[in-house]
Design a protein around this ligand. Structure first.
Ligand code: ADP
Ligand code: MG
Length: 619
């Protein structure tokens, strides 16, 4: 069969743009040589007329404000009078072009937004061509659902100027829903919450058998991540002036640096509780500050509240209540902020979809649309059942399966785990997919950390891990420590990146390695158990060593020593198991006299395979 030329899916964003293509295993973003897929939608012109695009251009924004064009999407298909309000925020010269259209004057040359967007599109196109080793001439490009005909037309023209035949213009929220496979729904109402760099929009969609209808849209074209950066910049500059003098001024280089610091701190606060900022102001003046997530959240709360008001309006325009929404999808880099996720979840009373990277989901959906146009059939086989088993990594590197392969979906499974080290306050949860017995032979789907567990003896905390795979094949994994109520969760797409061939290969491999895998898994179990038995013996000895006769003590020490040696050197689980049993027996006199809780439990003669699964240790 002749290979069809690839159709590129493109998310042409206000802040960032990127491309994706459809592969056998599903949609995939195009990355450059450094693995970076986002292209900042920024174009810089130098005095000789040389053009730079993306990250390099963005670095010039402050030092060369008149010749660095960003947010060009705001001008697409608009007249100068349409964009009056935007002008105060755009440092470059926006002028009237043909028929009053908004254009940009860079170094004396008037350029239409289409032309400028075409530069970004061409960058994405050439990256794709380089990655795929073929010419790219056809594309699907996304636009906000609220774009009118003129704006859509301008986007099409931008594509043409870049040498692309634009097969379809797709709404961004529709693309996001396509990326999640929601086109297969027969009758569903979907809310798409998109918080990007400079814009917020929410769309309510209805989908039935592949046909999407926009029920309502709402939003604010002046609300996004830039506002959050500005909050941090204000905080920092205010404090710098307080500390080092009111008269201090910030030149272009400092302002650029501040912007970068603020954004980096913001991004860090999506992951961690604090972010350290350190700014060297010269002359020995150094500003340092640890910003906490709480502080940041307080500063952005009112912005987030505004987005919720827009959501309520969108709902009311669609004549729907929050409870009538079947799925909520998060789109846009700013939805990585935990406060945003919580707020959306609370409003819609359901966990929003976050499994697909929010700043790539639109491009991935554009690629899905491109695949549909190219007549590619998606593997529906993967969707009614879990094609491969799902579980987590347990102590010693074993795969603890919670949901077996070929389970029908939706499905939920819960298991209780515990800690393996005294005073352990956090556990890493690695979500695995595959049929092999060792974690290292399975696919790592995602991971998260449950922190803030109150210090307790090993084995005391009860950590409930729940897998919930819903009707769309999205897997929610959550962990909750019962005593403290501390919880954490993550969402992943288990079927993403899998082909039928790959599934077949994984299953075949597991059969081929079955015997070796079983031994390896049992060895891990027996080692874990040995570790616990030795720990219990140590504790008992510390409490009541004097009740042993010299002979008993000598026997016990020898038995313990043998277990220790075997744990380090041996890979025969049966031999280790026998040694552990001997040590257990040798410790018998201790247990008969005095037992603490742990001791009695450990010595109750459990066989290795009866053990509670345990979660992997953390330092
Ligand atoms: P757009 O659709 O407007 O082009 P994106 O969806 O790419 O923009 O979102 C860009 C915004 O997302 C920027 O303000 C960026 O700082 C923000 N962002 C990216 N990652 C994170 C993160 N981990 N936490 C908070 N904000 C983030
Ligand atoms: Mg976007």
């Amino acid at each position: 069969m002749e290979k069809q030329p690839t159709i590129l899916g493109i998310d042409l964003g206000t802040t960032n743009s990127l491309g994706a293509i459809m592969k056998d295993a599903g949609p995939e973003v195009i990355a450059d040589a450094d693995g970076e897929s986002l292209v900042p939608s920024v174009i810089a012109f130098d005095s000789e007329g040389k053009v730079t695009v993306g990250t390099a251009a963005r670095a010039h924004a402050v030092e060369n404000p008149l010749a660095t064009v960003f947010s060009i999407k705001r001008l697409m298909g608009r007249s100068l009078s349409d964009v009056r309000e935007d002008l105060t925020h755009l440092p470059y010269a926006v002028v009237a072009g043909p028929r009053g259209s908004a254009c940009v004057n860079v170094n004396g040359q008037v350029r239409a937004p289409q032309e400028l967007s075409a530069i970004v599109l061409r960058e994405i196109q050439s990256r794709a061509a380089a990655a795929l080793g073929e010419q790219i001439t056809r594309a699907v490009i996304t636009v906000p659902a609220y774009f009118d005909d003129a704006q859509r037309h301008a986007t099409r023209e931008a594509g043409q100027l870049a040498g692309l035949e634009v097969l379809r213009i797709v709404n961004e929220p529709t693309a996001a829903a396509l990326a999640y496979g929601l086109d297969r729904q027969t009758d569903a109402t979907i809310a798409v919450y998109d918080l990007g760099g400079g814009t917020f929009d929410v769309s309510i969609l209805h989908v039935s058998e592949g046909v999407f209808q926009v029920l309502s849209t709402n939003g604010d074209t002046r609300l996004g991540g830039d506002d959050f950066d500005r909050e941090l910049i204000d905080l920092i500059t205010g404090e710098i002036r307080e500390r080092f003098g009111r008269e201090i001024t910030f030149g272009p280089a400092t302002r650029q640096a501040l912007r970068n610091f603020a954004e980096a701190a913001k991004i860090r606060l999506s992951q961690r509780e604090t972010a350290d900022v350190r700014i060297d102001l010269g002359d020995g003046r150094v500003y340092t500050r640890a910003i906490t997530r709480e502080e940041f959240e307080a500063r952005i709360q009112s912005h987030v509240d505004h987005t919720l008001e827009h959501c309520r309006r969108a709902l009311s325009d669609a004549k729907l209540t929050a409870s009538e929404i079947d799925e909520v999808i998060l789109v846009g880099g700013s939805t990585r902020i935990p406060l945003v996720r919580r707020a959306v979840e609370e409003l819609f009373q359901r966990r929003p979809y976050t499994a697909i990277d929010p700043d790539r989901v639109v491009a991935l959906g554009a690629a899905v649309q491109a695949g549909i146009l190219a007549g590619r059939k998606r593997d529906t086989l993967l969707l009614d059942v879990t094609p491969l088993s799902l579980g987590i990594e347990t102590l010693g590197g074993a795969m603890g399966k919670l949901i077996m392969r070929n389970s029908t979906i939706p499905r939920t499974a819960t298991e209780t785990f515990t800690t393996s080290v005294d005073g352990q306050t956090s556990v890493d949860i690695n979500i695995l997919q595959g049929e092999r017995e060792l974690a290292e032979d399975c696919r790592l789907l995602g991971k998260f950390q449950l922190t803030g567990i109150p210090p307790m003896p090993a084995g005391a905390p009860r950590i409930q891990v729940t897998f919930l795979i819903d009707a769309n094949g999205i897997l929610n994994v959550s962990a909750r420590e019962e005593r403290s109520g501390r919880a954490a969760a993550v969402q992943v797409t288990p079927a993403a990146g899998l082909t039928k061939e790959e599934i077949g290969r994984v299953v075949k491999e597991s059969v081929r390695h079955a015997r070796r895998d079983m031994t390896a898994h049992r060895l891990i179990d027996v080692r874990n158990e040995s570790h616990r038995v030795l720990g219990a013996i140590d504790k008992a000895l510390a409490n009541a060593a004097d009740i042993l006769t010299d002979e008993q003590r000598r026997k016990l020490d020898a038995a313990v020593e043998r277990v220790r040696t075997l744990m380090d050197t041996n890979d025969d689980p049966d031999e280790l198991y026998r040694a552990m049993r001997d040590a257990n027996d040798a410790a018998g006199p201790l247990t008969r006299y005095q037992m603490d809780e742990v001791l009695s439990k450990t010595f109750r003669g459990k066989s290795a395979k009866d053990l509670d699964p345990r979660i992997g240790t953390e330092e």
